[in-house]
Write a protein that binds this ligand. Structure first.
Ligand SMILES: *[C@@H]1O[C@H](CO)[C@@H](O)[C@H](O)[C@H]1NC(C)=O
Ligand SMILES: *[C@@H]1O[C@H](CO)[C@@H](O)[C@H](O)[C@H]1NC(C)=O
Ligand SMILES: [Cu+2]
Length: 205
């Protein structure tokens, strides 16, 4: 009995992998992802929200409810804005945003943090963080340098139009375990607060 339990615990981390943004709150499942991506993807993310995209792609290929046009697994793992509209961060240029990653299982590789416009799945502006090597080394979360999983980013200027509306942009953390060939993504929904000369008036209103 004990041996069986020990075995379960030893093997659990290999099944439950690998990383997700925990601060600010990141995109999670809801009814919209089931409509777009099918029940199999929803169930997979429900059982492990740190899983990698290649695994989800495989799962999707055997679910005929997977809608390729509506579900881009390479953008926030297919997680949908409409399931997360209650969790939108409001930022303005210059804000320093603390970001925490739960790096459940490391796989050494490369990573970056960027703003992505969701309509085009395109990078907006420069990378906010970039690791061109040696991201997430070691065997357990403690082996990963703290600055790779607990850092902050500064909200750039110039997003006032592109990211004015919730759902148009996400803050995306992207990580590729180069040897493992596993891609991880996690997204935070945000909008840029209206700013400029009318700020005082709004305040008084
Ligand atoms: C991810 O799953 C963990 C439990 O394993 C949970 O505590 C956390 O809230 C989930 N995060 C998201 C964004 O779904
Ligand atoms: C940064 O992340 C994107 C995904 O948004 C990825 O396609 C790209 O290869 C990464 N670039 C670098 C230099 O890490
Ligand atoms: Cu792995």
């Amino acid at each position: 009995m004990f041996a069986t339990l020990a075995t379960v615990f030893l093997f659990a981390p290999a099944v439950l992998s690998h990383g997700i943004i925990t601060v600010p709150p990141s995109r999670a499942i809801g009814p919209a992802i089931t409509t777009a991506c099918g029940q199999a993807i929803t169930s997979a993310i429900k059982s492990d929200n740190t899983s990698y995209v290649e695994q989800l792609t495989k799962i999707a290929s055997s679910d005929n409810k997977f809608d390729r046009a509506a579900c881009n697994l390479y953008l926030c793992k297919g997680l949908q804005f409409s399931d997360n509209s209650a969790n939108v961060q409001t930022w303005k240029a210059g804000d320093v945003v603390p970001v925490k990653i739960w790096l459940r299982i490391p796989h050494e590789g490369i990573a970056n943090v960027s703003i992505v416009s969701t309509k085009q799945n395109k990078l907006v502006g420069d990378f906010l963080k970039i690791w061109t090597k040696a991201y997430a080394p070691g065997k357990s979360e403690q082996d990963v340098p703290l600055e790779q999983r607990d850092f902050s980013v500064t909200v750039p200027s110039g997003l006032e139009t592109t990211c004015a509306n919730a759902g148009d942009c996400v803050l995306q953390w992207w990580w590729l375990g180069t040897a493992a060939k596993q891609t991880y993504e996690s997204c935070v929904d945000f909008k840029i607060a209206a700013s400029g000369p009318y700020r005082g008036l709004e305040f008084n209103a």
